[in-house]
Design a protein around this ligand. Structure first.
Ligand SMILES: NC(=O)c1ccc[n+]([C@@H]2O[C@H](COP(=O)([O-])OP(=O)(O)OC[C@H]3O[C@@H](n4cnc5c(N)ncnc54)[C@H](O)[C@@H]3O)[C@@H](O)[C@H]2O)c1
Length: 317
């Protein structure tokens, strides 16, 4: 298959590029390098492209005639989306609308989309399955839910087929050590803890210790980035198998770990002590987010290989 990997220079996209290449597909990364890194694209062609640029998209669709598009590009900082919603609706929602238009115009009708647990907002029950009500509490989650809604209409009207994957917390690195998580600013817990372990930051902050959870700190579900990439390939193979219906899947490991538990596990695994600061809650953080991935397991054969939190952490050391 010829695959466009949009956002392939980012954390998850760069792992996807590697896996798709090793699986024998022709991969072409489209990225504007706004948060990604050119040196993270280790395989296939790289094309500088901003998805807001319709002419450039059309040029690239004509040049490569891809079978499917895997769309990882987005801004994804929840706090920033609260203070600058325009940036999120414009890059995520308008940008994706533009990408979908280029797909339809160029008769490419297979789409894999990176959505997020943020479309659910505060959970009404745990684990969160696909039928859980969608009530995002920040513009980032809303910008992604709007795309999910657009996709339903694009399927009905233009026959665009899609698989939406809603990730909970992507974590870990590729075993080569060549691909890492390099967000700036970094907001994800595990890379922040690892920066503290390496002495690159003075302390790790816990935001809120009075949540209704086992130890008062937020509980999250971590999924290894290579397991995410593997199920994306299963998703694109499903779409290309012919006569496929569009699908939506939640992806996690179905187990929750509190911030304090993760910190203790990193201390145990690395044998390093570091400073921990207990800070105030951040706006927009639900107490607990745990996924039910039963549908992906049953229908796509999703079978995480790095499913123990200790093993996920070890890929970071
Ligand atoms: N990391 C997580 O835990 C997580 C969880 C849920 C959902 N997601 C979603 O997964 C996707 C990938 O996340 P990530 O952590 O790898 O992010 P990332 O910031 O590392 O990667 C995003 C990539 O998209 C590119 N990009 C952004 N805007 C673009 C544009 N207009 N045109 C072209 N390229 C553009 C960036 O340069 C970057 O390379 C995002 O859509 C994110 O919302 C991530």
């Amino acid at each position: 298959m010829t695959l466009f990997i949009v956002g392939g220079a980012g954390y998850i996209g760069s792992h996807m590029v590697k896996l798709a290449h090793l699986a024998g597909h022709e991969v072409i990364t489209l990225d504007n390098l706004s948060t990604g890194h050119r040196d993270a694209v280790l395989y296939g062609a790289f094309e500088y492209c901003d998805i807001q640029d319709a002419n450039r998209l059309n040029e690239l669709f004509k040049k490569y005639t891809p079978d499917a598009v895997m769309h990882f590009s987005a801004y994804s900082l929840v706090g920033e989306s609260m203070s600058d919603p325009y940036k999120y609706y414009n890059n995520n929602t308008v940008g994706t609308l533009n990408l979908l238009k280029a797909m339809i115009d160029n008769d490419c009708k297979n789409f894999i989309f990176s959505s997020t647990a943020a479309v659910f907002g505060n959970p009404e029950y745990i684990p969160i399955d696909e039928k859980h009500p969608k009530a995002p509490i920040n513009p980032y989650g809303k910008s992604k839910l709007m795309i999910e809604q657009m996709l339903e209409d694009f399927d009905t009207a233009y026959g665009l087929k899609y698989v939406v994957f809603r990730y909970f917390n992507a974590a870990g690195h590729d075993e080569s050590g060549k691909l890492t998580e390099r967000h700036d600013p970094e907001t994800h817990l595990l890379p922040l803890i690892m920066q503290t372990v390496r002495g690159e930051r003075e302390a790790i902050s816990i935001y809120g210790n009075d949540y209704d959870t086992k130890d008062g700190t937020c509980v999250r579900d971590y999924i290894h980035v290579n397991d995410l990439s593997r199920v994306h390939l299963q998703g694109v193979e499903y779409l290309m198998g012919g006569d496929a219906d569009s699908k939506v899947y939640n992806l996690g490991n179905g187990e929750g770990f509190s911030v304090k538990e993760i910190i203790e596990k990193v201390k145990e695994i690395t044998g390093k002590e570091f400073k921990v600061i207990e800070d105030d809650r951040r706006a927009g953080d639900p107490a607990t987010l745990i996924a039910s991935s039963q549908r992906a397991k049953k229908e796509l054969g999703f079978a995480p290989e790095v499913d123990k939190i200790d093993d996920i952490i070890k890929t970071l050391t």
